[in-house]
Write a protein that binds this ligand. Structure first.
Ligand SMILES: *[C@@H]1O[C@H](CO)[C@@H](O)[C@H](O)[C@H]1NC(C)=O
Ligand SMILES: *[C@@H]1O[C@H](CO)[C@@H](O)[C@H](O)[C@H]1NC(C)=O
Ligand SMILES: *[C@@H]1O[C@H](CO)[C@@H](O)[C@H](O)[C@H]1NC(C)=O
Ligand SMILES: *[C@@H]1O[C@H](CO)[C@@H](O)[C@H](O)[C@H]1NC(C)=O
Length: 320
C-alpha cells in the first residue's frame, strides 16, 4: 500500500487545548417520505398539490456503516472475561443511526474472509476508541484500511472516520512508524478546539457547522477529549478519511463520566459530525444485496447495559 501514502497526507484542521475545566414504516423498496423542509405549506384549497423533489440518483439513501469491534468487553471484565471477546460501545451505533444509517459490526477476530465479505456490504467504516495498538487488532485495522483505500482508488467514495485510538492507529499505519505517537497523560475532560490559522473548512466536517457553533468550539468546552495540546482533527487530502482525537459521539450518548458535556451545543456537535459522516457514506455507490445486509446488521445482536457501574460505557455490544 506504499503508493497510497503520498496522497494520504492528513491535513490538520484543528488543535485542541485542554481547558482547566405500523404503516408509518417503509418497506425495503418504498419511496422516501417527502421532507417537510422541502415543501411549502399546502392548503386544501390549492388546486395542484406540490410535487416532491426528485431524489438524487447519485446518492445512496440507505447507507450502512461498518464499525470495527475492539478486544475486550469494554467494561474491564465486569461483563465478560472471555479472552476471545470484543465489543462495540453502543454509543457509536447510536451516533451512526442518529444520522440515518444502519450498522454492520465488523468483528476484528472473525475469519478474514468473513470480514472482507462484510466490508463489501457497507458504505463507510468507523474505527473506535480503545487501547489496542498491537497484534491482531492492529493488523485488522491495517487490512481494513487498505481495503478502504482500494475501494476509493477503484472509484467509490467510501469514507472513514477514526476516533481517538482509531486516529492514532491510522497515524501509525500511514507514517509506517510505530513510535510516532507521543506519550500523554490521560485526563478525561471537556475541551475547546482551536482552528489552525487560515484553515479552509470547505469539504471538511466543520463546513456544516453554523457560525455560532464554530465560534463556541473555540471558547466553550463542548467536546470531550483527554490530552493537552495536540492535533485534534485531521482529514485526508485525497481520501475521505477524517480523524478525531476527541469523542464526537459521547456528548449525546454516554453518561458514565461526569465530565462529558451534555449541553445543547455539545449535542449539536455530535449531530453535525454524525450528519457529516453519513452524508459522505451516501455518496458511496456500493449497493449490496439487501438480504445480505439484513442478515449482518447489528440488529441481530443485543447490547448489554453496563452503566450502573458509574464508569465506562453505558451500553456495549459484546461478540464472543
Ligand atoms: C471476571 O473476572 C473478575 C476477576 O476475577 C471477576 O471479578 C468478574 O466477576 C468476572 N466477570 C464475569 C462476567 O464473570
Ligand atoms: C472468536 O470470536 C470470533 C468472532 O466472534 C469467532 O469467529 C471465533 O470462532 C471465536 N474463536 C473462538 C476460539 O471462540
Ligand atoms: C518515528 O517517530 C518518532 C517520533 O516522531 C521519531 O523520533 C522517529 O525518528 C520516527 N522513526 C522513523 C523511522 O521515521
Ligand atoms: C468547495 O469545494 C467544492 C468541492 O470540492 C468546490 O466545488 C467548491 O468550489 C469549493 N468552494 C470554495 C468556496 O472553495
Amino acid at each position: 500500500m506504499v503508493h497510497h501514502f503520498n496522497y494520504l497526507l492528513l491535513i490538520p484542521l484543528m488543535v485542541a487545548a485542554a481547558a482547566a475545566a405500523g404503516d408509518e414504516f417503509m418497506n425495503e423498496n418504498s419511496q422516501l417520505f417527502p421532507s417537510a423542509a422541502t415543501t411549502a405549506i399546502h392548503l386544501p384549497s390549492d388546486p395542484v398539490p406540490p410535487s416532491c423533489p426528485a431524489l438524487n440518483p447519485n446518492l445512496n439513501y440507505r447507507p450502512v456503516i461498518g464499525i470495527l469491534s475492539h478486544p475486550g468487553d469494554g467494561a474491564s471484565g465486569r461483563l465478560s472475561n472471555d479472552t476471545n471477546a470484543s465489543y462495540i460501545a453502543a454509543s457509536y451505533v447510536k451516533f451512526v443511526e442518529s444520522a440515518g444509517a444502519r450498522v454492520i459490526p465488523l468483528i476484528y477476530n472473525e475469519p478474514p474472509q468473513l470480514l472482507e465479505k462484510k466490508l463489501n456490504l457497507v458504505n463507510g467504516v468507523l474505527f473506535t476508541g480503545g487501547w489496542a495498538k498491537t497484534g491482531l487488532y492492529f493488523s485488522t485495522v491495517q487490512t481494513v484500511f487498505k481495503k478502504v483505500l482500494e475501494k476509493n482508488d477503484a472509484g467509490d467514495h467510501f469514507p472513514v472516520i477514526a476516533i481517538c485510538l482509531g486516529f492514532e492507529l491510522l497515524t501509525m499505519i500511514i507514517s509506517q512508524n510505530q513510535s510516532i505517537l507521543e506519550q500523554f497523560s490521560a485526563a478525561d475532560q471537556a475541551a475547546t478546539l482551536q482552528f489552525i490559522a487560515n484553515t479552509n473548512l470547505n469539504g471538511t466536517v466543520f463546513q456544516r457547522f453554523p457560525p455560532d457553533l464554530l465560534q463556541k468550539l473555540s471558547t466553550d468546552c463542548i467536546v470531550m477529549q483527554n490530552h493537552h495540546v495536540y492535533v485534534s482533527t485531521v482529514m485526508g487530502q485525497h481520501y475521505p478519511v477524517t480523524g478525531f482525537q476527541w469523542h464526537p459521539g459521547k456528548n449525546a450518548f454516554e453518561w458514565g463520566l461526569s465530565t462529558i458535556p451534555h449541553s445543547e451545543d455539545a449535542v449539536r456537535v455530535t449531530q453535525h459530525v454524525a450528519n457529516f459522516f453519513v452524508s459522505e457514506a451516501r455518496k458511496s455507490s456500493n449497493r449490496p444485496p439487501a438480504r445480505e445486509v439484513l442478515d449482518n446488521l447489528i440488529y441481530n445482536y443485543t447490547p448489554t447495559y453496563g452503566g450502573k457501574a458509574g464508569r465506562g460505557y453505558d451500553e456495549v455490544y459484546i461478540f464472543t
